[in-house]
Ligand binder design. Sequence first.
Ligand code: B12
Length: 233
Amino acid sequence: MSAKDESIVLKRLEEAVINGDEQAAKAAAEEAADIVGPTKAINEGLAKGMAVIGEKFHNFEIFLPQVMLAADAMKAGLEVLKSRLSKEEMADMRKGVVVIGTVYGDIHDIGKNLVVAMLESGGFEVHDLGVDVHPKKFVEEARKVKADIIGMSSLLTSSLYYQKETVALLQDMGIREDHYVIVGGASVTTRWAEEIAADGWGKNAEDAPELCRSLIERGRELKKPVIKGITSA
Ligand code: B12
């Protein structure tokens, strides 16, 4: 295969995500798996498309429905490509394990789903617990899957408390050091993140992969919440 074929198929993947076209994403993924291999197809095709979408959303050039469609297309392509990865490639791809959900009492999940999509396209293994997740459930699942990071979304001011409760539970169980905690959602501020001693806060879904990467790479030398992937420590 020529370099031209490679760049054509990667571009096709990227555009399928940008256009939110699930069928095109699946077809391009099948083709790309043979031509460039699944790892390159994920990193230089699907993820590139999702990064463009994140940037456009951030700049108000597109709106939520387009982001959701792009996330679905990305997922469809990812399914195909993941099935073609070898065990070694799967292990190499894994940047970290994240357990995520919307906190107890809160059923808003649009933003959380975007964070999930961004993390998956960024190479993280994500365990999505859904909505209305009790602190105990976050902790149990994090222990079960040996999560590096627990991510909690909260849109309701009345449910913010449960982010604090989850951090407190980790502390009470003596396992606070085992998992980084990141928080986000419209009701969450950096001040709140600091108050509950979270390890990170992200304003947007597109910040989430960088935020998680910096936490895992730089570890607990960080003294303060990581903001948009950039430490304020
Ligand atoms: C859509 C919506 C709903 C939908 C939810 C559908 C769904 N499947 O999610 C429905 C109609 C069900 C709903 C219900 C309610 N809602 Co409502 N809802 C909204 C609305 C309009 C949009 C939320 C949204 O999806 N935003 C778009 C997403 C993309 O943004 P986001 O969630 O903030 O996520 C982004 C970032 O915050 C970040 N992020 C999110 N999570 C995380 C997590 C991590 C770890 C990181 C790093 C980043 C991150 O990334 C995302 C993408 O960039 C908001 C108003 C608003 N403008 O926010 C009200 C709003 C959140 N709702 C509100 C309320 C009060 C309610 C109800 C109580 C209403 C009622 N009386 O029944 C119920 C609550 C039900 C419950 N128990 O949860 C209030 C909350 C007020 C408050 N501060 O407490 C708001 C702010 C409206 C208002 N101005 O009063 N709601």
